[in-house]
Design a protein around this ligand. Structure first.
Ligand code: UD2
Length: 361
């Protein structure tokens, strides 16, 4: 495994008057490969990995990610533009890597209902390609962005990892099948894999402007612009909305936890609280100061009714505890969208024209 030793040298006066080098810091720098680095979760991970003093290599094809999400850190990362699937990039990208954080995906239930083949390729085929490359490059561990959608409409709440999955949408099926591949690569080849079943992650930089965007990014930006948000269904559906910093924490723990505790396993990553959409809308009205109302439209095909994470396994084996709860996360996210919108050079268009010109979606 390629690891680089960085020595920081200080100089001290010796008792004989000359300067002698003193080693005051020595650490091993790990190299992380982050797929989907231009997404809001991938870019948050990259910033945190850099902050802890490690190296980031990354891949993105900008099919849903945005260049501005990585502009601040661009000079500090080894960035490679292209598809995971069939581009040949992935084998080279895995060389010399310690940990892979696999975030690249087409993360949308309705988009997968509209185009199941695109979802299958991006969310499943690309995962298998990456796993083969990781195995061949002898990567230490792969941490996978799995999805709570795997549980589908199982009636039990909270959802725990031992439940039989019941995926509804093509997206959920692809995410679940990728989990099975992760576990299979651990069992068959000894490649350490950890699946983190994300429960509706949200936060700064999440794309609000696609018809497939996550509900909170959409609602916040619509309400900040004075537009009327739409609830699909009657608004009683509930989610364990999870602020992005919690997901970042879980990924870093998943890299460091002993293999005996985590390898080949699946963990829920949520907050352990659920809130329905009507309540969410009312809370946002207060935080944003929005006077308008919400409109209602028919329920979306493939939608799950209720979702809530049981966190016992993640707490016990990963050492994970949610740090930022829903309301605080919502406030931080609103603040971020507000600050972006109010930057003088933005003229309010930052989140209405988010894409760079050479997008390959
Ligand atoms: C699923 C997964 C989530 C993640 C995500 C993909 C579940 C429970 N969660 O999220 O973990 O994998 O897919 O990133 O399966 N909605 C509106 N108005 C809008 C937009 C959405 O009412 O303008 C509703 C939507 O019908 C749904 C809820 O909001 O009932 C959440 O939708 P979402 O697209 O934000 O996320 P979801 O739950 O499909």
């Amino acid at each position: 495994m390629v690891q680089e030793v960085f020595l920081s040298i200080a100089y001290e006066r010796s008792m004989f008057g000359g300067a002698v080098p003193v080693r005051y810091d020595e650490r091993l720098m790990a190299r992380y490969l982050i797929t989907g680095v231009a997404g809001f979760i991938g870019s948050a991970l990259a910033r945190e990995v850099l902050a802890q003093g490690d190296q980031v290599r990354s891949l993105d094809n900008f099919s849903t990610g945005k260049r501005e999400n990585i502009s601040e850190i661009f000079s500090q990362i080894d960035f490679r533009e292209g598809d995971l699937l069939g581009s040949g990039l992935v084998h080279d990208a895995c060389r010399g890597v310690d940990y892979i954080l696999h975030e690249a995906a087409i993360a949308s239930v309705p988009r997968s209902v509209k185009d199941p083949l695109a979802s299958h390729r991006a969310n499943l085929d690309a995962t298998v390609d990456l796993l083969i490359a990781a195995r061949d490059a002898k990567v230490k561990r792969v941490v996978y962005a799995a999805s709570s959608s795997a549980y589908g409409d199982t009636p039990t709440l909270p959802k725990h990892e031992d439940m039989t999955p019941n995926p509804i949408s093509p997206y959920a099926v692809a995410k679940l099948a990728s989990e099975y591949y992760m576990t299979s690569f651990y069992r068959c080849y000894g490649l350490e894999t950890v699946c983190l079943r994300y429960f509706n992650i949200f936060g700064p930089r999440q794309d609000p402007d696609s018809p497939y965007s996550g509900v909170l990014a959409k609602f916040i930006t619509q309400m900040l612009r004075g537009e009327q948000p739409t609830i699909f269904g009657d608004g009683t559906q509930s989610r364990d909305f999870t602020y992005v910093d919690n997901a970042v924490q879980a990924n870093l723990l998943a890299c460091k936890a002993p293999a005996s505790e985590v390898a080949g396993r699946v963990f829920n990553i949520g907050v352990g609280q659920r809130v329905d959409l009507n309540e969410t809308f009312r809370l946002l009205q207060k935080i944003i100061g929005y006077n308008g109302e919400v409109k209602y439209a028919p329920e979306r095909a493939g939608d799950v009714k209720h979702s809530l994470a049981e966190l016992t396994r993640a707490k016990r084996h990963l050492g994970y505890t949610p740090k930022i709860y829903f309301e605080e996360g919502l406030r931080r996210t609103v603040e971020w969208y507000r600050s972006v919108d109010s930057r003088p050079d933005n003229l309010g268009t930052q989140f209405s024209n988010p894409r760079a010109p050479n997008v390959d979606a």
